[in-house]
Design a protein around this ligand. Structure first.
Ligand SMILES: [Zn+2]
Length: 236
C-alpha cells in the first residue's frame, strides 16, 4: 500500500513538473511573439521618418544652389578669354610710349576689351560669335577699326550697344536690323595689318556703350568718361 501511494505521489509530482515545464515553454513563446511584434512595429514606423528626413535635407541645398548660381549675361565673342585678354583690358590707359602694343598710335583710356589671337591663328579664319541677343544696328567700315558690327542688347537690365571691331566686313553674314542671337557665329576677324583691321594687329576690340547711341571711340581722354561704357569682364 505504501508503495502504491509512493508510486502515485511520484506520478503526481512528475505530472506537476511536466505541467510547469509546459507552462514555462508557453510563456516563453508568448513573450517571443510579443517581442517580435514590438520589433516589427518599431522598424515599420521609423523607416518612413528617416526617408522623409533625408529627402528634406537633399531638397534644401539644391534649391539654395540654384538661387545662388551666377548666370553670365554675356557669351565670350572669342573662346579662351583668359589666354587672349593679355594686353588691353577695359580702362587700360595707354600712350604711344607706354602701350604694350608697338608701334601705337592711340592715347587714352581703353573703352573695351581686346581679345588677342594666337600665332597659330595668323593665317586662318578666327570666328567671332555674338556676345548677347539683339538686333544688328550697324555693319560698316570705321576709321580705327576696319570692319565693325554693332548690336543692340540688354545686358543685366541695361540697354547697350555692343561693338565688335577689326572684323573682315565681307565675312559678316547678318544684315542691319536682323536679330542676332547670343553664341551665333557672324563674322571672322580681319587679317592683321590690312584694311580689314585698319592696319592693326589681328585681334577683336569688344565694347559695351550704355544706351542706344552708338559711340565709335576706342579710347577716351578722361577716366571719368569711361562711366558711359560697361566693363565687359563683369558680365562674362
Ligand atoms: Zn581695343
Amino acid at each position: 500500500m505504501r508503495r502504491l501511494i509512493l508510486g502515485i505521489s511520484v506520478v503526481a509530482v512528475f505530472g506537476v513538473l511536466t505541467a510547469c515545464t509546459s507552462l514555462t515553454v508557453q510563456l516563453n513563446v508568448n513573450q517571443g511573439v510579443a517581442n517580435g511584434n514590438a520589433v516589427s512595429n518599431f522598424n515599420v514606423n521609423t523607416v518612413p521618418v528617416n526617408v522623409n528626413a533625408v529627402a528634406n535635407v537633399n531638397v534644401t541645398p539644391v534649391t539654395a544652389n540654384t538661387n545662388t548660381q551666377a548666370v553670365a549675361a554675356l557669351v565670350d565673342p572669342l573662346d579662351r578669354r583668359a589666354e587672349r585678354v593679355t594686353k588691353k583690358s577695359f580702362g587700360t590707359y595707354i600712350t604711344p610710349k607706354t602701350s604694350p602694343i608697338q608701334p601705337e598710335r592711340f592715347t587714352g583710356y581703353h573703352t573695351g576689351l581686346d581679345y588677342e589671337t594666337f600665332a597659330s591663328e595668323a593665317k586662318v579664319d578666327v570666328p567671332v560669335v555674338a556676345a548677347c541677343t539683339g538686333k544688328v544696328r550697324a555693319r560698316q567700315t570705321v576709321s580705327g577699326y576696319g570692319g565693325v558690327l554693332v548690336q543692340q542688347c540688354v545686358v543685366a537690365g541695361q540697354t547697350v550697344t555692343a561693338l565688335y571691331g577689326h572684323l573682315r566686313l565681307s565675312s559678316i553674314n547678318v544684315k542691319v536690323g536682323a536679330e542676332l542671337k547670343a553664341g551665333t557665329q557672324f563674322a571672322a576677324l580681319g587679317t592683321g595689318y590690312s584694311s580689314e583691321t585698319n592696319g592693326e594687329r589681328k585681334h577683336l576690340h569688344f565694347s559695351l556703350h550704355k544706351g542706344t547711341t552708338i559711340n565709335w571711340k576706342g579710347y577716351v581722354s578722361t577716366k571719368g568718361t569711361l562711366v558711359d561704357w560697361l566693363d565687359p569682364q563683369k558680365y562674362l
